[in-house]
Design a protein around this ligand. Structure first.
Ligand code: MG
Length: 249
């Protein structure tokens, strides 16, 4: 055997040695090996635009405020008419009687058709998780204010990615995924809250970290809590809500 033939023979052997285990490995893999059959997702009948999915808790279907109470105590005193509930200025914030942790919330809202005020004074309300983390509700259609306080902002923490506002007097939609903060037994923050917001179907907050309560004055801070209510804000403007439902996650 000449030298070059010997080298070529050795190379062939090496190649075989390398490829044999690979082909063996390929033969061991079957499609079934990466199929996961458990758990089987529960069946949910999706909503039809105005109706909630079958596993949702309906918080407001247009008929009454039974799921709500005043934060001052007693029944929620907002006005229910024509399938909507409307802030009754001065009556105060309302909150869900039921308490939640991680949720998917669907809520439709409408700022007054008659434009009054400007900046933060135009159709201001808000959706608060645990009563302290606000996704801002505001008439932000052709209305200048600080962007971390405009509609769909996480108030004074996160500017929305875009302004997807409809005009005053037109119904708008928030679909929100809220992951509650986790606190240790001694109150230390283990994991902050996160929130994702779609405004009229447009992604405006993409899993942003909530830095603490959405304070009007000062910096956010976390105060330990468990499950909590979802609160809607009376900011003195007659903003309306309808078709409110939540899914516990
Ligand atoms: Mg507000």
């Amino acid at each position: 055997m000449g030298l070059s033939r010997f080298i070529s023979f050795r190379l062939t052997l090496v190649l075989f040695a390398l490829l044999l285990p690979l082909s063996a490995l390929a033969q061991e893999w079957h499609p079934e090996l990466t199929e996961q059959w458990e758990p089987v997702p529960a069946i949910v009948e999706p909503g039809t635009g105005t109706s909630a999915p079958s596993d949702a808790i309906v918080l407001f279907d247009g008929s009454n405020l039974d799921a709500w109470e005043s934060v001052r105590g007693g029944n929620a005193g907002w006005v229910v008419a024509e399938g909507a509930m409307t802030v009754s200025a001065g009556v105060g914030d309302i909150r869900t009687r039921q308490q939640f942790r991680d949720v998917q919330l669907h809520i439709e809202w409408r700022t007054p058709a008659k434009v009054e005020g400007d900046g933060q004074g135009r159709g201001n309300s808000g959706v608060f998780f645990h009563e302290v983390y606000e996704v801002q509700v505001l008439d932000s259609y052709d209305n200048t204010t600080y962007p971390n306080g405009q509609a769909a902002s996480v108030y004074k923490q996160h500017i929305p990615l875009v302004n997807a506002s409809r005009g005053p007097g037109v119904w708008q939609v928030y679909d929100i995924v809220f992951s509650s903060p986790v606190f240790a037994g001694d109150g230390d923050l283990v994991r902050p809250a996160f929130v994702t917001v779609f405004h009229n179907g447009v992604l405006v907050q993409n899993h942003v970290e909530v830095k603490g309560d959405t304070a009007y004055i000062g910096l956010p801070e976390y105060i330990p809590h468990g499950a909590g209510s979802i609160k809607l804000q009376d900011h003195g403007n007659p903003t309306s809500y309808r078709n409110v439902w939540v899914r516990e996650l």
